[in-house]
Design a protein around this ligand. Structure first.
Ligand SMILES: [Cu+2]
Length: 273
């Protein structure tokens, strides 16, 4: 286990992963409410199913009954289910959705701005560097072998831009805003400990934001079945103090070599192989 990663509690082992996001409690509460409601429905439908097996068995009903149900009970149950679903949607889901998705801070109020690119089967993270200006991308310059997977025109202002592959370094304690897109198929960017999931869609640039309130090294995965190596499309979230983040932007390669990070699950995987 990586020393920066907290030990998984019993809760995170059997239920939801560790939560380090400012929105995490909201999302978890919503998931809890939905699970309780679904459990009640499951029990209700189960009882109804067993009742039907008995009530409409061939032994009890030698002759088929062609008249549909007309009683008020079934209608009342349907109305109750619709009402509960409406309550879940309007008073639980929509406020959480509004807080998580719509209240996005402006770029200049953010602790970090990053552009995220998905492709089969890699995540790229593009930082503007010290000057805060994003360099232009030119498809003609794309050359993954020479370390330019996005085709960054690294001249002038943009020479200090940083592009990381499958490693996402960002600060805790402040909002992170980003822009996400995909270069091929639909992927989905997921940081389970941040309770953050967003599809990356080719042809669309999707504004995102989230905020971590804890440092550590955590998994990022692709949550959309995007091809044969979908399961290996993972990246590492390395969450650090804001001053460490500044040091990283000042000298990315030096900082990375001084702060190596490995996947939290690496040890578990090694045991499997
Ligand atoms: Cu993917």
């Amino acid at each position: 286990m990586n020393p920066q990663t907290p030990d998984p509690s019993l809760y995170s082992k059997w239920w939801l992963p560790h939560d380090i996001s400012v929105h995490g409690a909201d999302v978890d509460r919503l998931m809890g409410a939905l699970h309780i409601f679904m459990f009640v429905l499951f029990i209700g439908w189960g009882i109804f199913f067993v009742y039907c097996l008995w009530r409409f068995s061939a032994k009890n009903n030698p002759k088929a009954h062609y008249v549909p149900v007309t009683g008020g009970i079934s209608k009342a149950i349907e109305v109750i289910v619709v009402l509960i679903e409406a309550v879940l949607l309007v008073s639980f889901s929509m406020p959480v959705w509004a807080r998580v998705k719509n209240e996005r801070p402006a770029d200049d109020k953010a602790a970090a701005v990053v552009k995220i690119y998905a492709k089969q089967f890699e995540w790229y993270f593009h930082y503007a560097g010290k000057d805060g200006k994003f360099g232009k991308l030119d498809p003609k310059l794309v050359d993954p072998d020479s370390g330019n997977p996005l085709g960054l025109d690294a001249r002038g202002d943009c020479a200090d831009d940083v592009i990381l592959t499958n490693q996402f370094i960002f600060p805790s304690g402040g909002p992170i805003v980003g822009y996400m897109t995909s270069r091929d198929v639909i992927h989905s960017f997921k940081i389970p400990v941040m309770r953050f999931t967003q599809d990356a869609i080719p042809g669309m640039v999707i504004p995102i934001w989230f905020q971590a309130n804890e440092n550590g090294v955590f998994d990022i995965s692709c949550a959309q079945l995007c091809g044969v190596q979908h399961t290996s499309m993972r990246a590492l979230a390395q969450i650090v103090d804001p001053n460490e983040y500044k040091l990283f932007l000042d000298n990315p390669s030096k900082w990375q070599s001084e702060h190596p990070a490995e996947f939290p699950q690496k040890k578990a995987e090694e045991r499997l192989h």
